[in-house]
Write a protein of this length. Structure first.
Length: 78
C-alpha cells in the first residue's frame, strides 16, 4: 500500500510540474504574440514614414533640378 501511495504522490507532483510548464508556455506564447503585434504595427508606421520621405526626396530633387535649369537659362539669357 505504501508503494501505491508513493506512486500517486509522484503522479500528482508530475501533473503539477506539467501544469506549471504549460502555464509558462502560455505566458511565453502570449508575450511573443503581443510583441509580434507591436512589431507589425511599428513596421507599418516605418513603411509609411519611408514612403513619405521618398516623396519629399523626389519633390526636393525636382525643385533642385528646376532651380538648376532656371540658373542655366539665366546664364545663357544674360
Amino acid at each position: 500500500m505504501l508503494v501505491t501511495d508513493m506512486t500517486q504522490i509522484e503522479y500528482v507532483l508530475e501533473l503539477k510540474y506539467l501544469e506549471d510548464r504549460l502555464d509558462k508556455l502560455i505566458e511565453q506564447y502570449t508575450a511573443v504574440k503581443n510583441e509580434n503585434i507591436l512589431l507589425k504595427s511599428r513596421q507599418e508606421i516605418l513603411i509609411k514614414e519611408k514612403e513619405s520621405l521618398l516623396e519629399k526626396t523626389n519633390l526636393a530633387k525636382l525643385r533642385v533640378e528646376a532651380m538648376i535649369n532656371r540658373l542655366k537659362a539665366m546664364e545663357y539669357g544674360a
